[in-house]
Design a protein around this ligand. Structure first.
Ligand code: ASP
Length: 329
């Protein structure tokens, strides 16, 4: 009897130790603009869960073959290809009824970064951002010049119509209706239209990477750029501290340099990932519009997912392949 108990205790201790070491290697989000729980049908909720899982699996597969940048890029491509999220196919429309896509990616090891904004003919903006990082001498390219560069590097151009999704179009019609009669300067943009996607990853060499991709916010002015393609605001990665991807009202994330502030607090003040992410989000003036959320990962495989909205589409996968996805709580 004693022997059996001993064996059981040893097995239990091993299992505990293994799970303690099962660090998180990839975290993703699909925006902090999840609708209130009761308005999300079970079918739609299941579709969101399935898409998040698919993105996590794609990223995990890339981590096994490649590095954290590969994982970030492939997870985000899956979310960009899904019409459920506000990035790539499914991106929201601006006041002109057009989609302007923004994305950025950063390598925590080298601090190299790439970003794109105001594009509408590159199927996967996150891959365009990576191309800018790896093949140009620049960090940030916009509009037609960016599309031409990517095409010249062999990237296929698609028709802007490819990005159309009925849900995003309906959101625009609703926003237009609400704005009717108000002077254009007074139109307040509805947080329910947030839906950016992002990923942060940690590879076997201990290198971090982060990426973010978005269609922006429904009914914004043409030419408006949010935080998602801005390194230090919507995206940041450095091996010394952490990798971060944000979602929310971009103007606030730019003004408060949210992503790099989290990294700086860890680097210079020794804050934990949890403290830095919670404090920085709490510091946003929520009452005047500083709403959103973010995901972050450090080199020890600690993950943080925080938001001050009704919900955030999000998920994690650990070294051993354990998946967790959630929208609320
Ligand atoms: N941060 C994005 C922007 O302001 C929007 C979002 O996260 O949904 O463009």
């Amino acid at each position: 009897m004693l022997k059996i108990l001993l064996v059981f205790l040893v097995v239990f201790a091993f299992a505990q130790a293994a799970s303690a070491q099962d660090k998180t290697v990839l975290v993703i989000h699909g925006g902090a603009g999840a609708p209130p729980r009761k308005s999300l049908t079970p079918l739609l909720e299941a579709q969101y869960h399935a898409a998040l899982e698919q993105a996590l699996k794609a990223g995990y597969k890339s981590l096994a073959k490649g590095n954290s940048l590969d994982a970030v890029e492939s997870a985000i491509r899956v979310l960009e290809d899904s019409p459920l999220f506000n990035a790539g196919k499914g991106a929201v429309f601006n006041r002109d009824g057009r989609q302007e896509l923004n994305a950025s990616i950063m390598d925590g090891k080298t601090k190299k970064a790439g970003a794109v904004a105001g594009i509408c003919r590159l199927k996967n903006p996150i891959s365009a951002a990576r191309l800018i990082m790896e093949k140009s001498e620049h960090v940030f390219m916009i509009g037609e010049g960016c599309e031409r560069f990517c095409r010249d590097q062999g990237m296929e151009l698609v028709s802007p119509l490819y990005f159309h999704a009925d849900k995003a179009w309906l959101d625009l019609l609703n926003a237009e209706k609400k704005a009717k009669g108000k002077s254009s300067a007074k139109v307040s943009l509805d947080p329910a239209h947030f839906g950016t996607v992002g990923a942060v990853a940690l590879d076997k060499d201990g290198d971090l990477a982060a990426g973010t991709s978005t269609g922006g916010i429904t009914y914004v002015r043409p030419g408006r750029v949010g935080d998602s393609p801005i390194i230090g605001a919507g995206t940041y990665a450095e091996n010394e501290s952490c990798a971060v991807s944000c979602t929310g009202k971009g103007e606030f994330f730019i003004r408060f340099t949210v992503a790099s502030d989290i990294a700086a607090r860890m680097k210079y003040r020794g804050d934990t990932l949890k403290k830095a992410t919670t404090d920085v989000l709490a510091g946003l003036p929520k009452l005047t519009g500083g709403t959103g959320g973010l995901i972050a990962l450090d080199r020890q495989g600690n993950a943080a997912m925080v938001n001050n909205t009704s919900g955030m589409f999000r998920g994690t996968i650990t070294q051993s392949g354990k998946i967790h996805v959630a929208i609320y709580e």
